[in-house]
Design a protein around this ligand. Structure first.
Ligand SMILES: O=C(O)CCC(=O)C(=O)O
Length: 297
């Protein structure tokens, strides 16, 4: 099989813009396997009576039924997802971006089901989990054709060297950017439309979001996060310990030393009992709707 690591031009584009789209990276047969696996996992979880360890559902019902919005930790849950997250061609590309020693630290599958798929508000991933440096890349694999209509990913290019504010006025972590982004100061968001099988390589500080899916087509995205071996988590509570239990070295060696780099990391003061990004962002917006402020006056 032909190796498909990144070209110099693609790497430069990633460094400059903070993201890179590689269209149709995975072929339809591979996507078919993933589709089958998602159906099996969903069916089994929903039939079990307690799906909450495996997946999270949309707040809105579809035809009176719960529909999943996220499958947790797919890399842990099934060999088909593991083989995708450890695919040698994908890892070659990751290696082009963060070097030859790296681990996978997190995975998730966002389902964005037709009609009800939840919004994801603007945020920067590294604001959720501070690290000693910013040599982390997220790969987002579109499992369906993604368009603006079904809520494709949007990014704000060239803003991966600084953090936006993610706190409410009392300093609590909001899980979303609380500064005004739409007044032209930061440029226009770019909607990343691409066919099923495409991969987006996104820097861990790139601001991104996606609109709700009001169309009649799902927009599922399988997400893997990789980090250089010398990027270590900064402890900010028991959540760090839980997250670290999932980290697996995929290439090269673990590092005996931490490297410091990137903008000074923000330390998120997490509210209690946060279940997911969706849950936290919804809680923040509900607080603002009740009269709380999102942004300091
Ligand atoms: O699925 C999406 O549209 C965005 C994914 C994302 O940013 C997240 O889950 O952290």
């Amino acid at each position: 099989m032909k190796t498909k690591s990144l070209t110099e031009e693609q790497m430069q584009g990633y460094r400059r813009e903070g993201y890179l789209v590689v269209p149709s990276f995975f072929d339809p047969e591979r996507l078919q396997q993933v589709d089958q696996t998602i159906r099996e996992i969903t069916r089994t979880a929903m039939a079990s009576g307690d799906y909450s360890k495996v997946l999270e559902v949309e707040p809105k019902l579809v035809n009176g039924e719960h529909v999943p919005r996220r499958i947790y930790n797919p890399f842990e849950q099934h060999e088909v997802f593991r083989s995708m997250g450890a695919d040698p061609r994908l890892l070659d590309c990751v290696e082009s971006l963060i070097g030859s020693d790296f681990a996978i630290q997190h995975s998730k599958l966002n389902m964005k089901p037709a009609k009800v798929g939840s919004v994801v508000d603007w945020h920067q991933d590294l604001a959720y989990f501070p690290q000693t440096n910013d040599s982390l890349v997220t790969t987002l694999i579109y499992l369906d054709d993604a368009t603006e209509q079904n809520g494709c990913l949007q990014v704000i290019p060239r803003h991966h060297h600084h953090y936006f504010n993610h706190t409410t006025p009392d300093g609590t972590f909001a899980g979303m950017i609380t500064e005004k982004l739409d007044d032209g100061r930061f440029g226009k968001p770019v909607a990343l439309e691409a066919p099923a099988g495409s991969v987006i390589f996104m820097h861990c500080i790139t601001p991104h979001s996606s609109l709700p899916n009001l169309s009649d087509k799902a927009r599922r995205t399988l997400i893997f996060e990789y980090r250089a071996s010398d990027s270590f988590p900064i402890y900010f509570g028991p959540r760090t310990v839980d997250d670290e239990a999932l980290v697996k070295q995929l290439r090269g060696k673990p590092s005996p030393v931490a490297r410091f780099g990137g903008p000074p990391p923000c330390i998120p003061r997490m509210p209690k009992d946060v279940k997911s990004l969706y849950h936290l962002q919804e809680t923040t917006k509900a607080g603002a709707a009740k009269g709380g402020k999102l942004v300091a006056a």
